[in-house]
Design a protein around this ligand. Structure first.
Ligand code: LLP
Length: 455
């Protein structure tokens, strides 16, 4: 695990407040040249050297977030795993980092699994997710020796049984259940309510039927139960409610089938600060909430907590605040009495979140970061859509064409959701650490864009 003592900017509790100057994440600095810097690397120089748009990430920050989960759980639960949710950001370097830090990995597609295997990640420490994994994906996972598959439908249990039998394996599975809680977040990323495409309902008898089906399958070992109630969650009482509903169900599976889960996977979901006004709860608080709720429920049912492995699957809270996207300002349109449009050389193809979820971000002019933020601008991208807006009404240092604009907290669900809209090559990803720069994903070229085009 990374050593917090060597990272003056990291906070052991993983809590990030956007403090510096009111709007800069606390681990981002301003150097002697007045430029923004991340991990002691000058972001203006970096943009000039590598071109923009450019994703940059503070490697130490990622490691510290993983460490914060590990240490928060280590002091509260005897047997646990932190399975990083690769959908937030995945590349081979990220898989290796997670392995180095002793984490497990959660993958949500055959592509993510292929990336993990290419990086040499131990398949027995991977959990496969998805509400409709294809026959092909399931076959690949089982052949690779994947640790757990989180089953999402009756059809899938049947498929896994058939494929595991053919591979002469006993496949460990979780059942994904929906506890019927509505997490306090954007409706597109609420996943634990009854009206959801994910999982088996606890209250409608589906989960019980799935337990029965899995228990009767000769090549399936029902290792545990899983839920994921949503993402970017600030209020943790929904975890408590979901855990209570889960244990009501466990009481039923014990009474009816004499079956108790050996593992309980509570998914991911901790929210992060995107704006100065966001006040997310800490990783410590998350661990405290879930572990004390689990303990209470174990006591209620007379279950020995030490026999249950706890798994969590954080994605966003590991990588979001580590990331910054750098753009070059290309055009400024000051529309008298309307608004100032600031156009950058990226946009909805490298960050779809504002358009998709009305997500808010903060930014700064990296070249003159210490100067007063005296101008209000709307940051727009270069794509052929009026909805290609990155930030409405950002208050920034007076911008000039050619400046580097830094948008903060873009480490999660930006690169992983990036597209080639308008045949835009996707940006490179650079990892920064103690003044060192490492390219972990190179920028796409026009040739890359045409690789699959058969003419
Ligand atoms: N486990 C499962 C089964 C999940 O579906 C997810 C996220 C996670 C873990 C990780 O959740 P996190 O800790 O990152 O909140 N594209 C959206 C987020 C979708 C999340 C989908 N599932 C966004 O940009 O906000």
């Amino acid at each position: 695990m990374a050593d917090l003592a060597h990272d003056p900017n990291a906070r052991a509790d993983g809590r990030h407040t956007l403090e510096l100057g009111g709007v800069l994440p606390s681990h981002i600095g301003i150097n002697a040249a007045g430029h923004l810097s991340l991990a002691n690397v000058d972001l203006v120089d970096l943009a000039k050297l590598h071109g923009t748009a450019l994703y940059v990430m503070d490697e130490a920050q990622i490691r510290c977030q993983l460490l914060a989960y590990e240490s928060a759980l280590a002091s509260r639960w005897p047997d646990f795993e932190v399975a990083y949710a690769g959908k937030a950001f995945l590349c081979k370097a990220m898989c290796k980092l997670v392995a180095e830090e002793g984490g497990w990995l959660d993958v949500s597609s055959g592509g993510e699994l292929a990336c993990a295997l290419a990086a040499g990640f131990d398949p027995s420490q991977i959990i496969a997710h998805g509400n409709n994994k294809t026959e092909h994906e399931l076959g690949e996972a089982i052949t690779a020796g994947i640790g757990r598959i989180a089953c999402d439908s009756f059809e899938e249990i049947e498929r896994i049984e058939r494929l595991a039998a053919a591979a002469q394996r006993i496949q460990q599975v979780y059942l994904r259940v929906k506890p019927g809680v509505v997490a306090d977040t954007h409706s597109h990323i609420q996943t634990g309510k009854q009206d959801s495409k994910f999982g088996f309902g606890l209250s409608d008898g589906w989960a019980a039927a799935a337990v029965e089906q899995a228990m009767n399958a000769g090549h399936i070992e029902l290792a545990g139960l899983h839920f994921h109630i949503g993402s970017q969650i600030f209020a943790f009482d929904s975890y408590e409610k979901a855990i209570e509903a889960l244990f009501d169900f466990i009481a039923h599976t014990w009474a009816t089938y004499r079956w108790l889960p050996a593992e309980i996977d509570l998914g991911g979901g901790i929210g992060v600060a995107y704006q100065a006004t966001d006040r997310p709860e800490s990783i410590e608080q998350f661990a405290e909430t879930i572990c004390s709720a689990l303990e209470r429920q174990c006591q209620r049912l007379g279950i020995d907590a030490a026999k249950i492995k706890l798994v969590v699957e954080p994605g966003r809270s590991i990588v979001a605040n580590a990331g910054v996207t750098l753009y070059t300002v290309g055009a400024i349109k000051r529309l008298e009495g309307i608004r100032n449009y600031l156009a950058v050389d990226g946009g909805m193809a490298d960050n779809i979140r504002p358009a998709l979820y009305n997500a808010h971000y903060e930014c700064a002019v990296a070249d003159r970061a210490a100067e007063p933020r005296s101008e209000l601008v709307t940051v727009v991208g270069k794509h052929c859509e009026s909805g290609d807006v990155l930030i409405i009404d950002a208050s920034i240092q007076p911008p000039k064409v050619g400046d580097t604009l830094a948008v903060f907290a873009t480490g999660a669900y930006n690169q992983s959701m990036a597209s080639n809209y308008n045949k835009q090559p996707r940006p490179a990803v650079l990892w920064l650490r103690d003044g060192e720069v490492r390219q972990v994903v190179r920028r796409e070229t026009y040739d890359d864009l045409l690789t699959c085009d058969m003419g």
